[in-house]
Write a protein that binds this ligand. Structure first.
Ligand code: DQA
Length: 148
């Protein structure tokens, strides 16, 4: 069994650092990837880190992960609140899925309070900024070790 964890990022997250930094912070997606790589090394995990603005790319990557990954961390961005297709793809996965949001979506507009993705997620982390990705990686390491 592989110990590769796939970390997926949805639309507009390529603009992190310059996009509404008062909400999403000043760290770029590349900064977050670098932090994840360092922590993953410490935890003995391999990671693949990807971003797309296109729903079908995310779905294709989730489907590929069914064979290739041990677990999935996903910040689906706005697709969180709209995509039954991403929820269905995630529901077809048997490994742990952790949903991450930089912002506390429950403290924001009402349309962000509902997540289709949460219906398929093992756990959810929101409002912890970039640290949320690192918390998710630690939780993933715990879940994978427990299942081994
Ligand atoms: C987000 C929250 C979503 O509501 C929003 O559409 C995003 C980012 C977050 O990380 O806080 O693009 O997923």
């Amino acid at each position: 069994m592989t110990s590769t964890v796939l970390i997926l990022n949805g639309p507009n997250l390529n603009l992190l650092g310059v996009r509404q930094p008062h909400i999403y912070g000043y760290e770029t997606l590349a900064d977050i990837e670098a932090q994840c790589r360092t922590l993953a090394g410490d935890l003995g995990l391999a990671i693949e880190f990807k971003q797309s603005n296109a729903e079908h790319h995310l779905i294709d990557w989730i489907q590929e992960a069914r064979e290739a990954a041990a677990g999935l961390i996903i910040n689906p961005a706005a697709f969180t609140h709209t995509s039954i297709a991403i929820m269905d793809a995630l529901s077809a996965c048997e490994f742990p899925i952790l949903e991450v949001h930089l912002s506390n979506v429950h403290r924001r507009e009402a349309f962000r309070h509902h997540s289709y993705v949460s219906l398929a997620a093992t756990g959810v982390i929101a409002g912890c900024g970039a640290q949320g990705y690192l918390l998710a990686l630690r939780q993933m390491a715990y879940l994978l070790a427990r299942a081994a």
